[in-house]
Design a protein around this ligand. Structure first.
Ligand SMILES: *Cc1c(COP(=O)(O)O)cnc(C)c1O
Ligand SMILES: [Zn+2]
Length: 412
């Protein structure tokens, strides 16, 4: 990989050769892939991209840590739409807002970007089995991407994971282990099993290549905005890998000269589980919290990628904002009504946070903001139903329809 310089520990600075099976540093720190930007600039530019017909995350290969002869994985991941959403912007009181709908990936969440990368690296490592623990989406995403590539998968989820997501991974043929415990317990068991059987490890924050896959979301956003950086990029945060990856993508583009300024990050967590935002708001080290929110994908009491996530938000000069479950459900409805986009609770949490940040005066209403919808609402029908309420019921009869309309003040 001529484009990759090394993998460097974010805690102690030790450098490692970027071999496919890389995990964490000996000191326990998380590794970060470092690039040779001079080389990347010599082979890649916004101009060369404009001729590229690969409409997937792999159009950014020179920015990705994969061997030049590694075949891309079968599922089409990435190049999700970026919508300019003026009605939603107006409802929120913001000058300009874009939604990036990453729920349109093949298994319906942003996690596909990391899983596609994991599958390529597992093949480079010669592995035939891959494993992870997950709140749900990393699991279903790994199961789907592994199935498409012909790899076996062992997947650990907490028992609370929404049934739809569990069904998804069963359909993809994963060996599913539903753990009667918290996400933290689930993670610990998966780690012990991976150590015991030597499977390829797709655990968040352990495998340094995953956030390199996730960073393609901001590479795409910037290309879709013609390399004009917005003021803010908003994301929901659980383990912190996604926001760290998003920041890495922006910094890569800046270092390679594709963009001339960096946006600030808006880190959004649920009030009932916000260990990272609490650290950002108080300046104190992060401490574990209970996992008390309906946004299951970000119900992470012990974040695995705290170091990188906190550094990313701070480096960007960003803001941290927490939202209640009620505000998350309201955002599901608002985004649905104004944009025709249906996000799962954690999928709309970023946008709920943008709304709240405007209300609290944390960001200037004259800003341009990109908010990433990280997962599709159909994954968690129970929460969708909770947000939507009961539909109108009528007999197959015009008089009944008229009185139902009357009762609800509907005037067609
Ligand atoms: C995983 C996930 C997140 C958060 O990503 P982290 O890396 O855990 O911070 C947000 N939204 C959805 C839908 C997710 O699946
Ligand atoms: Zn280290």
């Amino acid at each position: 990989m001529k484009n990759v310089r090394c993998a460097k520990c974010v805690r102690c600075g030790r450098e490692y050769e970027a071999v496919p099976g890389l995990t964490t540093c000996e000191c326990g720190g998380i590794l970060d892939i470092e690039y040779n930007y001079d080389y990347i600039r010599s082979v890649f530019s916004p101009n060369s991209l404009s001729d590229c017909t690969d409409w997937s995350m792999w159009r950014y290969r020179p920015f990705l840590p994969v061997e030049p002869d590694s075949p891309p994985p079968p599922l089409r991941v990435g190049w999700s739409p970026l919508y300019r959403v003026d009605r939603l912007a107006q409802a929120i009181g913001l000058y300009r807002l874009f939604l990036k709908d990453d729920g349109l990936n093949p298994t319906a969440s942003l996690k596909d970007r990391a899983s596609a990368m994991a599958v390529v690296k597992a093949r480079e490592a010669g592995a035939d089995t891959i494993a992870c623990s997950s709140t749900g989406n990393a699991a279903s995403s790994l199961a789907g991407n592994a199935a498409a590539a012909g790899l076996a998968s062992y997947i650990f989820v907490p028992a609370r994971a929404p049934r739809g997501k569990v069904a998804q991974l069963q359909i993809f043929g994963a060996t599913v282990i539903s753990v009667d415990g918290s996400y933290e317990d689930t993670f610990a068991l998966s780690k012990a099993a991976i150590d015991r059987w030597g499977w390829y490890n797709r655990n968040a924050a352990i495998n340094p290549y995953l956030s390199e896959g996730k960073k393609t979301v901001t590479l795409e956003i910037m290309e879709q905005l013609h390399w004009q950086a917005p003021d803010y990029v908003a994301l929901s945060v659980g383990d912190g890998c996604t926001i760290a990856g998003a920041w890495k993508g922006l910094k890569d583009l800046y270092a390679a000269g594709f963009i001339d300024r960096l946006p600030k990050l808006i880190s959004v967590q649920a009030e009932g589980c916000c260990p990272l935002n609490r650290a950002l708001q108080t300046g104190e080290p992060w401490r574990p919290m209970e996992e008390n929110t309906l946004a299951d994908s970000i119900a992470v009491g012990v974040p695995r990628n705290a170091d990188k996530a906190l550094a990313a938000v701070r480096e960007s000069g960003g803001v941290a904002v927490n939202v209640s479950d009620e505000e998350i459900l309201a955002a599901m409805r608002l985004i649905g009504r104004t944009c025709g986009v249906f996000g799962e609770p954690a999928g709309v949490t970023g946008t709920a946070g943008v709304k709240k940040a405007v209300e609290l005066g944390l960001i200037d209403p004259a800003s341009t903001v990109v908010s990433i919808v990280t997962g599709n609402g159909l994954k968690d029908a129970a929460s969708g139903i909770r947000a939507a309420g009961e539909p109108m019921m009528v007999k197959p009869d015009m008089a009944d329809l008229l009185s139902a309309f009357e009762a609800r003040n509907i005037r067609p």
